[in-house]
Design a protein. Structure first.
Length: 182
C-alpha cells in the first residue's frame, strides 16, 4: 500500500475511531499557549504531513491535520487539567470531505512541548487508559494510575515550525466572494 493511501486511511481512522466519549473540559478556560500556534510539518517516509494550529479564541484552538490535504481532519482544541498535568483536549468535528463523526468518540488527549521551532506531541494511549471512562473524574483517575507507564502516551510526533511568509506585513488577501453571495 502506498504511503499516501495509508495516510488517508489513518486520517479516516482517527476521525472514525477517536478514543474517548468523555470531555475533560466542557468549557475552555485555560488561555492558549501562543507557542503552539502556527503551521508545522514533519516528514514521514517520502510524505510531508502538515499540522495547522490557529487561535479560535482566547482559550481555544482550531486544529487541522493533515492540513491542506483532501483528507484533512478538523478539531477544536483547548488546554485542560488532568490532576496536576496539563493536556490538550482535541474534539474532532469533521473532515475536508464534509464527513462528520458518527458516534460520541470525538475526544483525544495529548501532551506537547515546544522548544524553539520544534513541537513534540503525543496522544494518550487508549490501550493503556481505557476508552470506557464514564466521567471526567474516572478518566483522570485512570490516567493518574498509569502515569508511570512509559506507554501511557503513543509514539511522539516531532514537527518543525514552517517559516512565515517573507513579508508578514503583506495585507491578507481574501478569496473572491462567489457571485451568488453578492
Amino acid at each position: 500500500m502506498n504511503l499516501r493511501l495509508w495516510l488517508v486511511a489513518a486520517g479516516a481512522a482517527i476521525l472514525a475511531g477517536c478514543d474517548y466519549t468523555t470531555p475533560l473540559a466542557t468549557t475552555p478556560e485555560t488561555p492558549i499557549d501562543p507557542a503552539l500556534v502556527g503551521a508545522w510539518s514533519r516528514t514521514v517516509g517520502n510524505e510531508t504531513q502538515r499540522l495547522l494550529v490557529l487561535p479560535l479564541g482566547p482559550n481555544e484552538y482550531l486544529v487541522s491535520f493533515p492540513a491542506g490535504e483532501k483528507n484533512a481532519l478538523f478539531a477544536r482544541a483547548c488546554l485542560c487539567k488532568a490532576g496536576e498535568r496539563t493536556l490538550v483536549q482535541l474534539t474532532w468535528f469533521g473532515t475536508a470531505h464534509g464527513t462528520l463523526p458518527e458516534d460520541g468518540r470525538v475526544y483525544q488527549y495529548g501532551v506537547y512541548t515546544v522548544k524553539g521551532d520544534t513541537l513534540q506531541a503525543g496522544l494518550l494511549n487508549a490501550d493503556i487508559v481505557k476508552r470506557d471512562a464514564p466521567s471526567a473524574e474516572a478518566l483522570v483517575k485512570a490516567l493518574n494510575a498509569n502515569i508511570e507507564n512509559p506507554d501511557v502516551f503513543r509514539e511522539t510526533m516531532t514537527f518543525k515550525k514552517d517559516k512565515p511568509p517573507a513579508d508578514p506585513n503583506k495585507p491578507f488577501k481574501r478569496p473572491p466572494v462567489p457571485p451568488a453571495w453578492q
